[in-house]
Design a protein around this ligand. Structure first.
Ligand code: KG4
Ligand code: ZN
Length: 341
């Protein structure tokens, strides 16, 4: 089964073809980061217009790379939500129209399910469900009990900022530009870990929810007091990153103990962070739990994860309904019945 995947939920246009026998046949990505950087964050109207410009050429390029004709495709998967409404409309309209014209099924995929299943794109990794999922992206921070494809119980989530959002905002405070995660990671390596200490929010009470806005304020207070020498910026970035990683680690080990699950999957844009990966691996080793991450290239938004998640559902006979509409807000635990006939 060959599935074309289309991702247009935010500021990346991603297209890919996943083949159930041969794996990923092609994968193309266009990042709009440069156009949004001057505004310090994603401008929704610019994002949707850019998807309109880039999507068709990118799909053509993907089909060429895969050495396929459109008639070779068995299905089209696209991101139905959550995300920016205008951007989602571009991918969903194109995906559904293409599938209709080819007489093949289309299916709207949940963006965060795409992230969660991205580690399965690594051919040699065997990951079995159930597992504990830590989803850390620009819009979401979720701890989920992944029972099977499409069946996710939310154990904890952020009450305010998502982890990636906190990285982006702290980077802005430090004058490091957008997107902030990679910039913070780069500079944090040179920072003295003992110069600052920031709180590990909500770790001193029971529960699996997160909150990152207080941590952000603590960083702002430290920045305001500083003279903005680059060495202090690095130390602040380091202490912020340590606080986030520690918090995630504490909540994950708590969830692993409570559920008895033996595997942790960390996914979403922030899972590209090497310090986070290293810390999670050590923590899981100590607990006798397996740790999995997406291949680095598929940690941040991409079309491959949508093609793969779409394949896992299309193969079960799930399809769009006529009434299927984009879901800019779409809780991950409302998936099971949606899209299935
Ligand atoms: O999953 P993603 O590509 O898009 C959303 O679904 O939101 O995640 C993007 C987020 C951004 O906030 C970005 O700053 C963060 O992931 N990010 C990172 C790193 N790479 C991307 N955060 C920390 N360290 C990184 N290396
Ligand atoms: Zn994402």
């Amino acid at each position: 089964m060959k599935v074309l995947g289309i991702e247009t939920s935010c500021d990346e246009t991603g297209t890919a073809v996943y083949d159930s026998s041969d794996g990923l046949l092609a994968d193309c990505l266009f990042s709009q980061a440069e156009s949004h950087a001057i505004f310090g964050g994603v401008v929704p109207e610019l994002a949707s217009r850019d998807h309109v410009r880039k999507l068709v050429p990118l799909v053509r390029q993907t089909m060429e790379q895969a050495e396929l004709n459109f008639s070779d495709l068995d299905g089209v998967a696209y991101t139905l939500g959550p995300g920016l409404a205008g951007s989602l409309l571009v991918g969903s309209t194109f995906g559904r129209a293409l599938a209709y014209s080819l007489g093949i099924p289309s299916l709207g995929v949940h963006h965060m399910e795409g992230h969660l299943l991205a580690p399965f794109l690594e051919p040699e990794t065997e990951i079995h469900m159930p597992f504990l999922g830590l989803l850390v992206s620009g819009g979401h921070t979720l701890l989920v009990y992944a029972k099977e494809v499409g069946n996710y119980v939310i154990l904890g989530e952020s009450r305010d900022d998502a982890v990636g959002e906190a990285f982006d905002k702290v980077a802005k405070m430090l004058g490091l530009g957008y997107p902030g995660g990679p910039a913070i990671e780069k500079i944090a390596q040179y920072g003295d870990p003992d110069m600052y200490s920031f709180p590990r929010p909500m770790t001193d009470r029971p529960g699996l929810d997160f909150s990152f806005s207080g941590l952000k304020t603590a960083v702002r207070n430290a920045v305001v007091k500083e003279t903005r020498e680059s060495v202090q910026k690095a130390a602040i970035a380091r202490a912020f990153s340590d606080a986030v990683i520690d918090t995630l680690k504490i909540k994950c080990s708590r969830a692993l103990k409570e559920t008895g699950l033996k595997r942790l999957v960390v996914a979403g844009g922030v899972s590209a962070n090497q310090a986070l990966r290293k810390n999670m691996i050590t923590e899981c080793e100590e607990m006798g739990v397996g740790a999995s991450f997406p291949p680095l290239r598929y940690a941040t938004d991409n079309g491959a994860m949508i093609a793969y998640a779409g394949y896992r559902r299309l193969v079960r006979g799930e399809r769009d309904h006529e009434s299927t509409r984009i879901r800019p807000r779409w809780p991950l635990n409302e998936l099971t019945s949606i899209g299935s006939d």
